[in-house]
Design a protein around this ligand. Structure first.
Ligand code: DAH
Length: 341
């Protein structure tokens, strides 16, 4: 009897349960009403009285072993089965709604791609800038009003004055200092000015600066480049006009208008009935600026230009409140879904 019990114990332990069928086979073989444990219990009456207690105990342990194995195997199978039934790998996935690119990102990448086509690289500089790169190297006289506390967010006063850059022209200086001509680069980035926030002004906005330095670069090259740019951006019909202007870092300087794309230069509210929209500032790089950055103005000349991304986006998408760009209202942002320019 004891030998039989021992054999059954080994058989229970060795029995491999992998699925519902083998689980059922296990139950029938050991636990069921005709199973081996029941039969062994049946044989208990043949056991001599003095051994009954001990053998009975062995049998109880055997039954616990079998039932324990049955229950734990059943649980394990149920959890894997229920997992299998909830994860159907052949089902199509839950679609994740596509977001929209920010209008300023759309405009920025369009501007970059237009200039990349004519050989411009993209360069970047820090938003926290020193006085040298933001003002001095760009030929700003010490008393120039742009240095005023009203316009500039100063971070550190003193020997090495630090401020949030007020324009991306600072990147011009960095590029000229660290490379030799020919230089053809544009620098998109965020700039900061100490202004009260309103529909028409913000304390931060975005610009793209352009710089071209080589031998024999002329004002005609500048004009031609901007004409190409305006047509690529606003369409073949777009025309530009240059008005004389002043910037410390360019001589001569000009402001550039593009023919109003909204009314086809006939005159409307957006162009204030002039037929023209101002889009950028430009000029020939002042010899003082070349010198300050270690480029010989006797050998090289160049032009520079700078434009506001918000301004172009305003013309392109008719957004007339600057605050919308940074409020992240999804009702605003959703309108740019799938917009490519
Ligand atoms: N830095 C000027 C601004 O923030 C824009 C500008 C004007 C950049 C003329 C230029 C330029 O490179 O030549 O208003």
């Amino acid at each position: 009897m004891k030998a039989q019990i021992e054999q059954t114990r080994i058989a229970i332990e060795d029995f491999v349960i992998t699925d519902a069928t083998s689980l059922e086979a296990f139950r029938i073989q050991f636990i069921g009403s005709k199973g081996s444990i029941k039969q062994l219990f049946g044989g208990l009456k043949e056991v001599p009285n003095e051994e009954k207690r001990a053998v009975g105990q062995l049998l109880n342990e055997l039954r616990q072993l079998a039932e324990g194995k049955f229950e734990s195997s059943k649980d394990a199978l149920e959890t894997t089965e229920s997992n299998d039934s909830t994860i159907d790998v052949s089902r199509p996935g839950e679609p994740i709604a596509l977001g929209a690119r920010h209008p300023l990102s759309i405009v920025r990448s369009e501007i970059i791609s237009i200039f990349e086509r004519i050989g411009y690289t993209v360069s970047e500089g820090p938003e926290i800038e020193d006085d040298w790169h933001n003002f001095s190297a760009l030929n700003f006289p010490p008393e120039h009003p742009a240095r005023d506390m009203q316009d500039t967010f100063f971070i550190e006063k003193g020997e090495r004055e630090m401020a949030l850059r007020t324009h991306t022209s600072s990147v011009q200086v960095r590029v000229m200092e660290s490379s030799t001509p020919p230089i053809r680069t544009i620098s998109p980035g965020r700039v900061y000015r100490n202004e009260a926030i309103s529909a028409r002004a913000h304390c931060f906005f975005h610009q793209v600066e352009g710089l071209y330095i080589d031998k024999n670069v002329s004002f005609a090259d500048l004009k031609q480049t901007l004409d190409y740019f305006a047509k690529a951006l606003f369409g073949e019909k777009a025309r530009i006009r240059l008005r004389p202007s002043y910037f410390p870092f360019t001589e001569p300087s000009a402001e550039v208008d593009v023919s109003c794309t909204i009314c086809n230069a006939k005159g409307c509210n957006v162009c204030k009935h002039t037929g023209w929209l101002e889009i950028l500032g430009c000029g020939m790089v002042d010899p003082n600026v070349l010198k300050a950055s270690g480029i010989d103005p006797e050998v090289y000349t160049g032009f520079a230009f700078g434009m506001g991304i918000e301004r172009i986006a305003q013309l392109k998408f008719k957004v007339n409140d600057l605050r919308l760009y940074s409020e992240n209202d999804v009702r605003f942002l959703n309108q740019f879904k799938g917009v490519n320019f």
